[in-house]
Structure formats: structure tokens, C-alpha cells
Ligand binder design. Structure first.
Ligand SMILES: O=C(O)CCC(=O)C(=O)O
Ligand SMILES: [Fe+2]
Length: 442
């Protein structure tokens, strides 16, 4: 009965009858074949139920009357039990293959309930004034030629990674034109014809260099994020050009080349900041694997009800992040969320869980998140340094605290593991606001 030729159906009239629980229906959504289910709700009446809404949207989720929608094998790892068939709604969303952008293009005016936070973050009317706090910015100018500059920079890298787990860099050597082209490439991918884009949509990473989807952890995370992403595995085995999407093909190769060079330079600085030989982290293979993620955060009609990216830590050695001018990235520092104000031409660097593990907690993989925004799209490009488990070498690569950093007073805090074991655990857990590292603590 589900036809792909349905036109926009306005369900607002039905919604006005919210008191009538036999019609547990929502708001307006242009309907596609995959976004509706037919359920028999009364003796002789069929009602189209759109799974992207909620009847009691003005009420907190827990206080809503029980949803009478037929349950279809609800599976959720959520700490709060949803009172609707979340699994079915996630599946319906997934099957559209057009992500959050598809919903926005369809003209939704309210955030569907799969995206809603259990207790929406309401803006604090009295935010504490911490204008004294801002993420350190490190100028990399001259570090290869001038040993004094280099020593200063190493000291700053050390201080930043011990406290913030993050820093921004300027004069990093990647030309602004390349940064701009890369952001355009991300927009080009996400804004291409949706039928063409759908061909890249998958959750199966095996053997694929490019994966596009919305929320890698769609079925495990408690709250779906207002974000679509494509991921390209660029190293150690670079894709063939035809394996990459045409809107960003050339720039992905060029950007990856530049970001790997910069990554090597940063791993050298981090090695020195740990008091190790300059090549220590490079010799461990930290710069061998690279995945480039192109995030697209569409404008959100009710940004206070959802998140662009849930509070998380990264599961790699380091991430080099290029963000646009919109803003919304926040870092948890000294018990507060501090915004990383975009600086034109700058890049954000952060330690991931694997760096925290190998440094035995000397450098921290800090929690961060991205707010949803009324304006947009916001785009960012996250370059993850790690070998992915689908690469045969990455699967077996062992990670453990670096011996040279351990002592009687500083014994290993983490057990030996492999990148595969770590990443599998992280992915299965999804972004739920907890650190994957806890699972590997001795
Ligand atoms: O989009 C951003 O600014 C951050 C993305 C992020 O945290 C990630 O990819 O892990
Ligand atoms: Fe992140």
C-alpha cells in the first residue's frame, strides 16, 4: 500500500485533536514512501502514522501519556525509556537515505522526537562570565627553523594537552584556499542531487573507502544528532579517484596530503612535549591512518531541543578539525562548556582516547559537543588520525601506555588492547556522553 507517489500531506488538522489518543499523530511532513507506516487504529479506520513527530511535544518526554502506537520490537540502549517505538522511527529515518538534510529540505518546522534531548538544554539566563577563559591558540610560525620558538611551542602544546586536551593552531602551513575548497567540497557532497547522494548511503564500512550516513551510531545512541556525515578513509591505503564522490574528489586528495604533513609535524611536537624522541609517536604509526569526515549540520528549526553532536571524546590519536564561521563547538573545561570561537584560517587540534591511553592520562581526550544552530548549514571537516579496524594492519595494531612514561609512581592505568577492540567498543557504545576509556582501565 505504500506508494512512492504520495504528495505532501498536512496532518495538522489531525494534530489539533491531540486529546483523542486513537489518533496519536504529529505535524507536517512531506511524505515519502519510506516515511510512513499504515497502522489500523480503530475498527475500520486506517491512519497514516508519520514516525517523525510527537503528540505531546510541549510536555517533557517522561510526562507524556503512554503512546498507544503498536510496539514493533523496540530496541534502545537509552538510559531513559522512550514511550514510543523509537526503533521503527529510526529505521524509517534511516531508510530515507537523505539524512537530516532530507527532513529540512522537506520543510519540517519542528524537531522530530528521535532527535529530542530528554531534558532540552535551556539557555542559562545567567551564564557565568568567563571571558578570561578561551582555548589557547598556538602560532606554528618558525618552529622548523628556530629552536627557541620550537621550545616555546612545545611547552604550549604540553600545557594545552594536559589541561584542555585541545588547542587551535595558526600559521600551520595549509593555505587558506585549500581550507576554503575543502569546506566547499563538503557542501558540494551534501548538497548534490539526493538521488545521486543516496548511492553512497550505507552503514557498512567493510571494504568501503567512503561511507555516508546520518549518525554512525543511529541505533545505539540515546539521542539522534542533527547532523549528516561522510567519511573517507584516506590512509594507509588511499582510495582510487573513482572511489571518491566527484564533488569533493580532487580536494580530498589535496587536503589529505596537506593534513598528513601537518599531522606529522604535530605528532613530533607532542612526542617532544612528552619528553620523548621527536619520532616516537611517528614510529608508533600514529600518522599512518587517516579518515576524513565531512560533517554537515543543517539549519535546525528548534536548536534548543537537540544537539548537532552529542557530548563525546574522539576515539583516535589526534583530530585536526576545520570548522566554518558558524560556531557551536564546545569543550568541557574546568567544569564548564566553553565555546571554541572560529578563527578564520585556524585549525583545532585535540587529543583522542588513544593518545590519552598511550600517554597514561598525561594528555587528556576532552569531552566536546556541537550545538545545533538555527542558521546553517554549518560544515566541519574532522581528520581522524588512526588506522581503522577495516584495514588489516589497523585491526591488529596494539595500543598500550608508552613504557618510557611509566614508573613505580606512575604505573600503567590501561590494559593492552588493539585499535580494533577499542574502536569496536566505542562504536557499539555510540555517543552517549561516557568515555570508552573507562572500559579499558586497569
Ligand atoms: O563538527 C565539529 O565541530 C566537531 C566534530 C567532532 O567532534 C567529531 O567529528 O568528532
Ligand atoms: Fe569529536
Amino acid at each position: 500500500m505504500v506508494s512512492s507517489t504520495f504528495k505532501v500531506m498536512d496532518l495538522r488538522a489531525i494534530e489539533r485533536r491531540r486529546g483523542d489518543e486513537s489518533l496519536d499523530i504529529c505535524w507536517t511532513l512531506p511524505i515519502t514512501s519510506t516515511s510512513i507506516y499504515y497502522l489500523c487504529r480503530t475498527l475500520s479506520e486506517f491512519v497514516a502514522v508519520v514516525f517523525f513527530g510527537e503528540a505531546g511535544r510541549d510536555e517533557p518526554a517522561r510526562e507524556r501519556p503512554p503512546n498507544k502506537t503498536k510496539k514493533m520490537g523496540l530496541v534502545s540502549t537509552s538510559a531513559f525509556a522512550p514511550d514510543y517505538d523509537r526503533k521503527a522511527e529510526l529505521t524509517a529515518f534511516d531508510e530515507t537515505k537523505t539524512g537530516v538534510k532530507g527532513l529540512v529540505d522537506a520543510g519540517i518546522t519542528e524537531v522530530p522526537r528521535i532527535f529530542r534531548l530528554p531534558s532540552p538544554e535551556t539557555p542559562n539566563p545567567n551564564p557565568p562570565s568567563r571571558s578570561d577563559i578561551s582555548l589557547p591558540t598556538i602560532d606554528l610560525e618558525g618552529i622548523s627553523e628556530d629552536p627557541i620558538r620550537r621550545k616555546e611551542v612545545i611547552e604550549k602544546v604540553k600545557d594545552s594537552l594536559e589541561s584542555w586536551g585541545f588547542f587551535q593552531i595558526v600559521n600551520h602551513g595549509i593555505p587558506v584556499t585549500i581550507l576554503e575548497e575543502m569546506k566547499k567540497g563538503v557542501i558540494g557532497f551534501h548538497e548534490q542531487d539526493s538521488e545521486v547522494k543516496k548511492q553512497w548511503y550505507t552503514r557498512d564500512r567493510n571494504g568501503r573507502k567512503v561511507v555516508y550516513n546520518s549518525n554512525f551510531d543511529l541505533y545505539s545512541a540515546p539521542v539522534t544528532n542533527w547532523r549528516d556525515t561522510f567519511l573517507c578513509t584516506m590512509a594507509p591505503n588511499p582510495p582510487q579517484p573513482e572511489e571518491l564522490p566527484s564533488p569533493c574528489r580532487d580536494i580530498l586528495f589535496e587536503y589529505s596530503r596537506q593534513v598528513m604533513k601537518l599531522g606529522s609535524c604535530i605528532f613530533e611536537l607532542i612526542s617532544e612535549a612528552l619528553g620523548l624522541d621527536r619520532n616516537h609517536l611517528l614510529d608508533m604509526g600514529c600518522v599512518e591512518g587517516l579518515a576524513v569526515l565531512g560533517h554537515y549540520y543543517p539549519p535546525c528549526p528548534q536548536p534548543e531541543l537537540t544537539m548537532g553532536t552529542t557530548d563525546h571524546t574522539d576515539n583516535d590519536f589526534i583530530t585536526i578539525l576545520l570548522q566554518d564561521h558558524i560556531g557551536g563547538l564546545k569543550i568541557f573545561y574546568q567544569n564548564e562548556w566553553t565555546e571554541v570561537r572560529p578563527i578564520p584560517g585556524a585549525l583545532v587540534v585535540n587529543a583522542g582516547d588513544l593518545l590519552q591511553l598511550v600517554t597514561n592520562d598525561k594528555f587528556v581526550s576532552s569531552r566536546h559537543k556541537v550545538m545545533a544552530n538555527k542558521v546553517g548549514p554549518r560544515v566541519s571537516v574532522a581528520s581522524f588520525f588512526m588506522e581503522y579496524p577495516t584495514d588489516p594492519t589497523g585491526a591488529l595494531k596494539v595500543v598500550e601506555p608508552i613504557k618510557e612514561l611509566l614508573s613505580k609512581h606512575n604505573p600503567a592505568k590501561y590494559r593492552r588492547t588493539t585499535i580494533k577492540e577499542y574502536v569496536d567498543y566505542y562504536r557499539a557504545k555510540g555517543l552517549d556522553g561516557t568515555s570508552g576509556l573507562l572500559h579499558f582501565k586497569i
